[in-house]
Ligand binder design. Structure first.
Ligand SMILES: NC(=O)c1ccc[n+]([C@@H]2O[C@H](COP(=O)([O-])OP(=O)(O)OC[C@H]3O[C@@H](n4cnc5c(N)ncnc54)[C@H](OP(=O)(O)O)[C@@H]3O)[C@@H](O)[C@H]2O)c1
Length: 308
């Protein structure tokens, strides 16, 4: 699979990433299969040429990082082939005391503790990319920048990025941090096109950051049988994907991902399926060129009206 530089960093990543959010499966699946379900999916992604793995400390309550750690321990040499990203900054209710509410926490103490826990779960010395998961309304950019600098100097994290940040939040943090923030991971799909207009993708182009697209298939809604969808926008968009896919001799999933890859900012879609056959199929998006006409036809279907 083709690769690209991650933001303005020396890291080189596959043009598609693999998301580990669902690796622990449903409670039932996970308890029956242990790590096997997630490890199988991870290997399918690697076999398809994906070298960029997206995690978070809270995925599966920590299980997803452990599953990736298990996979790395089972396959010597795998670590060197992968760029491993994780996130911190969201705290569940009840952590650490029963009364604590669900919250965001970019305090120095929490970031440092979270990195230590992630390293331990995955059995790593160093995380390639650490992202702040969702903007903390109480963020102190100077405090965060200070922790990032210390983590970098300690050799625990190579590069830093953010997730779900507005352009002005990126600017505030970037002003305080002396190294380039390399990614902003946001929701982008044919069902979530706000970042085309709200400055997020333009800022990535301007600063040379890589946008990463989470839920690129609308959590699967874009690739369901259109007849089964009751939401009018989902149905219209899924129908348009079927029509374009038929014309191009491919599948709706591949077209939906190629639609993201076509944008000049270098969007990195994060695949979320745990089904090995779907991972192999979706990886084909990396080689599907989409014409300007196809791209706009799909945008129009998503918006439900002609552009102004
Ligand atoms: N930064 C953030 O705030 C944030 C938020 C959400 C997600 N993420 C990241 O983004 C990654 C991807 O998100 P996502 O999992 O929502 O991605 P997605 O690709 O939009 O949705 C994946 C879901 O769609 C289903 N699916 C995929 N292809 C299908 C097909 N052909 N037919 C029917 N169902 C299909 C999958 O089911 P099967 O597994 O059964 O195939 C899975 O349930 C996550 O793993 C995580 O790394 C980040």
């Amino acid at each position: 699979m083709d690769t690209r530089s991650l933001g303005r960093s020396p890291l080189e990543v596959s043009v598609l990433a693999y998301g580990a959010w669902r690796l622990a499966g449903s409670e039932g699946k996970a308890s029956i299969e242990g790590s096997a379900y997630g490890i199988r999916a991870l290997h399918a992604a690697v076999d398809a040429g994906i070298t960029f793995i997206d995690l978070a400390d809270i995925y599966g309550g920590g299980r997803c990082e452990e599953i990736v750690g298990d996979a790395l321990r089972q396959s010597p040499g795998l670590r060197q082939r992968l760029v491993i990203a994780t996130k911190c900054g969201i705290r569940r209710s009840g952590d650490p005391t029963p009364q604590a509410p669900f919250r965001y926490d970019f305090s120095r103490e929490h970031i440092l503790r979270s990195v230590e826990v992630s390293l331990k779960r995955m059995g790593l010395h160093e995380i390639d990319l650490l992202m702040l998961h969702r903007p903390d309304y109480l963020m102190d950019p100077a405090e965060v920048a200070g922790v990032f600098v210390d983590l970098r100097q300690a050799g625990k994290v190579r590069e830093f990025g953010v997730s779900n940040f507005t352009p002005s939040q990126v600017t505030a943090l970037q002003k305080a941090f002396p190294h380039p923030l390399v990614v902003n991971q946001v929701e982008i799909s044919l069902l979530q096109t706000a970042t085309l207009d709200d400055g997020t993708l333009n800022q990535c182009l301007e600063l040379g950051m890589s946008p990463m697209a989470w839920s690129p298939l609308g959590r699967g809604a874009l690739v369901q049988d259109p007849g089964s969808l009751t939401d009018a926008r989902q149905r219209r968009t899924a129908e348009a994907l079927v029509a374009v896919a038929r014309r191009l001799g491919t599948t709706p999933s591949v077209v939906a991902l190629a639609w993201l890859l076509r944008h000049l900012s270098g969007i990195i879609p994060i695949l979320g399926t745990c089904t090995p056959e779907r991972i192999a199929e979706q990886a084909l998006a990396a080689t599907l060129p989409l014409s300007r006409e196809d791209w706009y036809e799909l945008l129009e279907a998503s918006r439900g009206s002609r552009l102004p």
